[in-house]
Write a protein that binds this ligand. Structure first.
Ligand code: SF4
Ligand code: SF4
Length: 195
């Protein structure tokens, strides 16, 4: 990786904040690259739009250049599958670091280049789970298309998925009782953290 060390790109405090939020030590990483080698998104030759391999996200943080990581597409394309976490010989939970970076990017209003709808999808997804306890795809797709101004996106897929039993017309409320308290706990934990 080629990095230009410009003073205005340095954000040394960002590293401490990522470590605090993720509970991980970024310094533990010794750049073996096993995370990137196993990452299904980075390794996908057809759909890889990650602009940084996961190990380079770690390296940027180590160098105090976390701003570049915060503005990367990689943190948003990360699926949170934790393959990197399980492969890491230093037991670094990289999936949690990616999550911390996504939250910080959202808080700072940083939208990923070319991926502006991902934060919108995340927000609608969580609202959907909170309301029903499990995913109600019809509502999620409808709202996402409406708010992202792609009114007819994937509309021809709907009947196909419906007849294959993959798309329910009505929501199921199973799991709602456990989902609501979990969201409330997360909200309280977030408030505690900010105090
Ligand atoms: S697998 Fe672990 S030690 Fe190796 S580069 Fe990735 S985060 Fe660093
Ligand atoms: S958690 Fe993200 S970075 Fe790690 S292997 Fe999965 S997609 Fe790749």
């Amino acid at each position: 990786m080629k990095a230009i060390l410009a003073a205005d790109a340095l954000r040394p405090k960002l590293l401490a904040e990522v470590e605090r939020r993720s509970g991980q030590s970024v310094r533990e990483c010794y750049q073996c690259g096993k995370c990137s080698a196993g990452c299904p998104i980075f390794g996908d030759p057809d759909g890889n739009d990650m602009d940084l391999p996961p190990n380079q996200v770690m390296r940027l943080l180590q160098l105090g250049l976390g701003e570049t990581a915060l503005r990367s597409r990689t943190i948003w394309l990360c699926a949170g599958c934790a393959t990197c976490t399980t492969r890491c010989p230093r037991e670094v939970d990289l999936a949690s670091i990616m999550e911390a970076l996504r939250i910080m990017a959202l808080e700072e209003g940083i939208t990923p280049p070319g991926l502006r709808n991902i934060p919108l999808f995340n927000k609608l997804f969580l609202k959907n789970i909170r309301r029903y306890g499990r995913l109600y795809e019809m509502e999620l797709i409808g709202k996402f298309n409406m708010f992202s101004f792609q009114f007819f996106k994937d509309v021809l897929m709907a009947p196909v998925l419906f007849f294959k039993g993959r798309l329910g017309l009505f929501p199921s409320f199973r799991g709602r009782k456990t989902a609501s308290p979990a969201f409330e706990d997360a909200r309280k934990a977030g408030e505690q953290e900010q105090k």
